[in-house]
Write a protein that binds this ligand. Structure first.
Ligand code: ATP
Ligand code: MG
Length: 429
């Protein structure tokens, strides 16, 4: 027997019963970003492997062990994008749209690919909405990003369930000095570190701060703190950000261990975390990356951005039961017709109504069927009303208008008056 065909582990179908919630979430974010003046950019899903090595950094989890890399038919090494920032920077450089200090406020949405161990909230194909701002170097824009997400959590009804964690990594100079101090301290306690941290101590020492190992965490208690190594500029930037969050009333906790997995961050880093999703608690993460564009071959260009995981946020809406009622109903009106003449009249009538009410969700029964079977389908569709066209209605040029959710009796409506009548009783999305 042949093996049945299956999707790749960690790569999920999003089924029709789930897509309304996804579209609600994506639509809410898109509207919010439009309102704050951000523009959408769309990049390819595949890029040269070199792009990710150069931007994300060779000694990060992503590049070391999570990328989907393959050779194409030309022998080029390509990679399914594990994140969006690298491709976005590549795109703005390639098209010269950040040259001469041009400000760009961009966002993107789409699938990302990482070969991780699949579990709740962690998949191999997952989806992000990300945002990048170029050529603004002040804390005001860092604050705007956080304020926008705060508004989003409010609109989605999940604000009470997320917490903002904040840190500053300083400029690359101050981070360099801090790194030296940290390496010196950790080297003196080398034997007490877990194996992974011993390796990171050589390759990417800041990542040791990220460890989940209890023994290493104990060593870290007395380790030097980044905050003590911040240069004046980074310190002022961080204070400027905090003052703005205070002004808007956004609570935050300072987390000196927040370093983020990627090499390219500087100054501000932040994460929105929740305790509602178990271990995969970060729903949105980002920070400033003032050195990245130059590192990728462009002119020095400040940048700041974040990405949120759509799966985790959709899961949160489900867990907290913050699912708006109107998205569960996908049909407003269901038209049932009986007999050939009624079929034709029904089709024409439906199109006339659609002309007048372009947002009405009107489903016309397909596949004919008895009175009973069509009614069953109408009910199952979730529609609020059924429209009925039989011999009697045809003779009088009316349509039977039947509430399906117990809002009154059936009545007859003249064909000409149908659209106007529907407009009064269906709230159109
Ligand atoms: P984590 O610490 O959970 O591995 P990360 O630091 O690797 O996250 P980022 O690269 O900052 O994640 O991506 C931003 C967001 O994308 C994360 O906060 C999370 O919501 C989401 N995300 C990242 N990896 C995955 C994944 N494998 N599956 C689902 N969502 C993910
Ligand atoms: Mg990760």
């Amino acid at each position: 027997m042949s093996k049945s065909l299956q999707a790749i582990r960690g790569m999920n179908d999003i089924l029709p019963e789930q897509t309304p919630l996804w579209r609600y979430f994506e639509g809410t974010v898109a509207r919010l970003l439009d309102n704050y003046g951000y523009k959408q950019i769309r990049m390819p899903i595949v890029e040269f492997t070199e792009l990710f090595k150069r931007s994300i950094g060779e000694v990060t989890d992503i590049v070391e062990k999570e990328m989907y890399t393959f050779e194409d038919r030309n022998g080029d090494s390509l990679t399914l994008r594990p994140e969006g920032t690298a491709a976005c920077v590549r795109a703005v450089l390639e098209h010269g749209i950040t040259g001469g200090g041009q400000v760009q406020k961009l966002w993107y949405i789409g699938p990302m690919f990482r070969h991780e161990r699949p579990q709740k909230g962690r998949y191999r194909q997952f989806h992000q909405i990300g945002l990048e701002v170029f050529n603004l170097d002040g804390p005001d824009i860092d604050a705007e990003l956080i304020i926008m997400t705060w508004r989003l959590w409010g609109e989605l009804g999940i604000r009470d369930a997320v917490k903002l964690e904040l840190n500053s990594l300083g400029t690359s100079e101050s981070r360099g000095r801090y790194r030296e101090a940290l390496v010196e301290y950790l080297s003196a306690h080398h034997d007490k570190l877990d194996e992974d941290s011993q390796r990171r101590l050589k390759t990417n020492p800041l990542r040791v701060l990220d460890t989940k190992n209890a023994d290493t965490q104990a060593v870290l208690v007395d380790a030097p703190k980044m905050a003590d190594y911040l240069d004046d500029e980074s310190r002022a930037h961080f204070e400027g950000l905090k003052a703005r969050l205070d002004a808007v009333g956004i609570p935050y906790v300072l987390n000196p261990k927040l370093v983020r997995g990627l090499d390219y961050y500087s100054k501000t880093v932040f994460e929105w975390v929740t305790d509602k999703l178990g271990a995969q608690g970060t729903v949105c993460a980002g920070g400033r990356y003032d050195g990245l564009v130059e590192q990728m071959g462009g002119k020095p260009t400040p940048g700041v951005g974040f990405a949120m995981g759509i799966e985790r946020l959709v899961l949160m809406l489900e867990t907290l039961e913050q699912i708006p009622e109107e998205i569960s109903r996908q049909v407003d009106v269901y038209l049932c017709a009986f007999g050939e003449a009624a079929d034709l009249a029904g089709l024409a009538l439906a199109e006339r109504v659609r002309d007048q009410l372009p947002n009405l969700r009107l489903q016309v029964n397909a596949g004919a069927g008895s009175f009973k079977s069509q009614f069953k389908k109408a009910d199952k569709s979730g529609a609020l009303y059924a429209l009925i066209l039989g011999d009697d209605e045809m003779a009088q040029q009316v349509v039977g208008f039947k509430p399906l959710r117990g809002q009154g009796e059936q009545q007859s409506i003249a064909w000409d008056a149908l659209a106007a009548h529907l407009a009064t009783c269906v709230v159109q999305g």
